[in-house]
Every structure is written in structure tokens, then in C-alpha cells.
Design a binder for this molecule. Structure first.
Ligand code: HPA
Length: 234
């Protein structure tokens, strides 16, 4: 079977998908955390893998960067591969002093100035939300594992580079803890297709301290988040 952007057999895609942005990170997750791993997609080098964690079948499928790319993969996986749940595991830039590099955030609401919801479904909204049941599971698992998990809103931006500085407005008006670029599309698609989605983020850079992580640190430093999400669904 093939869709416009995925060439996988339907039975090779699990009903639960973990979704990093970066295809290399998908390979890292499969190599480090899953057993009996099989490569299930390589179209456009969006390398995806299906394997097992605690006997549970899980697919790791990258989203690429930004709302349009997330929109393609989330829609095709939910609509054509019968995926029930997608959990994005990504990185974000922190707007808050108390959020340091490698801290974890579970996204409650995603605020965006994007037109995605209107284009996708005709719904004129700037706020989308993660699945509350799934979020509760992730919160409970974090408690059991003694992992600090911040819960809050993020700004889902269409521009990594922006000439405007609206950070203080986003914090004041929408209570955003951090910025990333994919959650808004994932939440909206999941809601419209009656599926489940959550987003967990690791802070990879800070607008306050100006600290940043390297690409290698990000690849390796995300283990806490990956472990939390895999434990939450197994
Ligand atoms: N901006 C947008 N997306 C991001 C950032 C950022 O600073 N860091 C990680 N994802």
C-alpha cells in the first residue's frame, strides 16, 4: 500500500505512533528502545520503524519540521493507516526562566497564528488541545517515574526565524511556556478525525538564558522524554 508520502504495508504500522521531528531521531529511538525493529518507510528519507516496547507494537514515524509537514504525515497515518494515537516528541524554545535546557513539557493548549485549521477543516480557530485522557496517562507516568513534567501552553509558530518579537505578548495573552512548530496541526487533525494526540517537548534552547543545545546533544539528550512516553503507552 502507498499514499502520496508513505510507502508502508498497512499491517506494518502500529496503532500507536511516536513522532519525533527528525528522521535520524526516529532511527535512534528504534535502535535504543525497541526490539524486533523493521524499517517501514523511506520515502523522502522520512525513515520510519516499527518494533516492540514491553511487547507492545509501536511505530516511530518522523513528522519533519513545521505545520505543513506534520499535516501531511498525521493525516495520512490517521486516515489511511488506521492509526489511533500519535504522540509527538519534540523540542522547543523556552520563554520562561524556570524552564531550563532538557526540562520536559506536556502541552495543554497549542496557540498559533497559522491558518491551518481554516484550510484543513474550515474551522477558524487559533487554539487546539491535546487529548485529556492521554495527557493524564502521561502525567501519571511522570509521577510514577519521579520525572518533573511541566504542563502548559505553547506557541506553535510558522516561522523559526521571525523579524517580529512578540514573545512577551505570547506569554501575557496566551500563557505560553515555550515555542515549537508542529503541535497545532497534530491536535487539530486528531480532533477532526476523532483520534488521539499528545505532545511532549524537551527544552532545547532558551529565550531567557540564550543557552542552546547542539544537534548531537539533542539526539542523545531526549532519552528521558522517550522513556516517559513509551512507559505511558505500554
Ligand atoms: N522556535 C521554534 N521551534 C523550536 C525552537 C524555537 O526556538 N526550538 C525548538 N523548536
Amino acid at each position: 500500500m502507498a499514499t502520496a508520502h508513505i510507502m508502508s504495508n498497512k499491517e506494518d504500522i502500529a496503532s500507536i505512533v511516536i513522532m519525533p521531528g527528525d528522521p535520524k531521531r526516529a532511527k535512534f529511538i528504534a535502535d535504543e528502545f525497541l526490539t524486533n525493529v523493521k524499517e517501514v518507510n523511506n520515502v523522502r528519507n522520512m525513515l520510519a520503524y516499527t518494533g516492540y516496547y514491553n511487547n507492545k507494537k509501536i511505530t516511530v514515524f518522523p513528522s519533519g519540521m513545521g505545520i505543513p509537514s506534520m499535516g501531511i504525515y498525521a493525516h495520512e497515518l490517521f486516515s489511511f493507516y488506521d492509526v489511533d494515537t500519535i504522540i509527538r516528541i519534540g523540542t522547543c524554545g523556552s520563554y520562561k526562566e524556570e524552564l531550563d535546557l532538557f526540562d520536559l513539557i506536556l502541552v495543554d493548549k497549542s496557540y498559533s497564528d497559522s491558518n491551518f485549521a481554516k484550510s484543513y477543516s474550515g474551522v477558524d480557530t487559533n487554539v487546539t488541545m491535546g487529548n485529556s485522557e492521554l495527557n493524564k496517562k502521561i502525567e501519571n507516568t511522570a509521577q510514577q517515574l519521579n520525572k518533573k513534567l511541566y504542563v502548559g501552553n505553547v506557541f506553535c509558530s510558522e516561522c523559526f526565524y521571525s523579524l517580529k518579537n512578540e514573545n512577551s505578548k505570547l506569554i501575557a495573552e496566551h500563557d505560553c511556556l515555550a515555542v515549537e512548530m508542529e503541535s497545532f496541526a497534530l491536535f487539530h487533525i486528531a480532533e477532526k478525525l476523532k483520534k488521539k494526540a499528545s505532545v511532549v517537548l524537551t527544552v532545547s534552547d532558551s529565550f531567557i538564558s540564550k543557552k542552546e543545545t547542539t544537534a548531537l546533544e539533542r539526539e542523545k539528550g531526549l532519552k528521558d522524554m522517550i522513556h516517559l512516553v513509551l512507559e505511558s503507552i505500554s
